[in-house]
Design a protein around this ligand. Structure first.
Ligand SMILES: [Zn+2]
Length: 343
């Protein structure tokens, strides 16, 4: 059995994670997360993502019946020409240029990806492809960050099933680290790709494997930063989601759905998750070719009613303490029955 207290190296971010399983059994008298049992309507006229409603911008949503995307009315990044910042070396600034999109997975307000049909989730996956392909083709965009924040625990006020895109003219801090680590690994290892080498290891054939597909694996990473973090990684090196063929895309979307269902079972409700679709940056760097697409699912919970907090040590060191042994997390997730749809 692996040691319950050890530093583990996270090779994409090139940082140490502290696995401290005993801290997870520490008596807990802190905050609990209320379980949400409210009834959610199929259509909410006050929801700005539902079909046919008028948004704050004055635009009226179409009566869409398939996944649909639009520019965020409250964008953090703006496409217009903005004034560049000055050159003060200590208080440096730059214009926050880019594009923010809202991606509605389904017209029904009360659906989640866990209970979409196979046809519906494939349509969602096609939207991942078309959005990445069209936005990354814009020369002014350096990185297309596609993500889904699900659940009130991660600050989502709107329950409508949706994701977001932040497309910026710069590559994020984590993006630069993940790109450099994969590029340097390939250079130092005779052209081998980091993620494909990683998931071929024995650990990812049993103890850290959640699901083996034909084209993908769902794994708990050896140095998981969040207690039940998982990655869905392709067996072949692919930079971005738009490069998968239809068979691969269908498997990816169904494995993603099954992982969402596992979390719902594990936490006994529609589980909060921060999901990131790790597509390659799209600036002019040659190193983008060495980036491998994967989906990272990061539930913010350590059990069904307790949040994993990023407190003093973690916030000030950027070295996360994970209170759940990754091998135990993988075993718990394997025990779930992802074919069962939530009621
Ligand atoms: Zn809605």
């Amino acid at each position: 059995m692996p040691a319950e207290h050890q530093w583990r190296w996270q090779p994409l971010l090139e940082q140490w994670v502290l696995i401290a399983a005993a801290s997870g059994s520490r008596p807990w008298s802190g905050a609990s997360v209320a379980q949400h049992t409210e009834t959610v309507p199929e259509h909410d006229p006050d929801c700005y993502l539902c079909p046919g409603v008028t948004r704050a911008s004055g635009d009226i949503n179409p009566n869409y019946t398939a996944p649909w995307a639009f520019d965020n009315d409250f964008a953090s990044l703006l496409p217009h020409e903005l004034e560049d910042g000055g050159n003060d070396p200590l208080h440096k600034t730059a214009a926050a240029r880019g594009n923010c999109r809202v991606l509605c997975w389904h017209p029904s307000h009360n659906k989640t990806l866990a209970d979409c049909s196979e046809g519906e989730i494939l349509e969602v996956a096609k939207l991942w492809q078309s959005e990445y392909a069209s936005i990354s083709a814009d020369d002014s965009i350096a990185q297309v960050m596609m993500f889904e924040n699900k659940g009130k625990e991660v600050g989502v006020s709107n329950l409508h099933p949706h994701g977001q895109i932040y497309a910026a003219d710069t590559v994020s801090d984590y993006g630069r680290r993940i790109r450099l680590s994969q590029h340097q690994y390939k250079q130092a290892n005779n052209g081998q790709q980091l993620l494909q080498t990683l998931i071929a290891r024995d650990e990812y054939k049993d103890a850290l494997l959640v699901e083996q597909g034909t084209h993908f694996k769902t794994i708990v990473p050896f140095a998981a930063r969040l207690p039940y973090e998982t990655w869905i990684v392709p067996l072949r090196h692919v930079q971005s989601v738009d490069r998968f063929d239809l068979e691969e895309l269908l498997e990816l979307s169904l494995m993603y759905q099954r992982q969402v269902r596992r979390y719902d079972q594990l936490f006994r409700r529609s589980a909060p998750i921060m999901t990131v679709f790790q597509n390659a940056p799209c600036d002019t760097s040659q190193a983008n070719a060495d980036w491998c697409f994967h989906i990272a699912l990061q539930p913010p919970l350590r059990d069904s009613d307790t949040l994993k907090y990023f407190a003093g040590y973690e916030a000030s060191s950027n070295n996360v303490v994970n209170p759940i042994q990754p091998e135990n997390a993988a075993a718990a997730l394997r025990d779930c029955s992802p074919e069962v749809q939530p009621t």
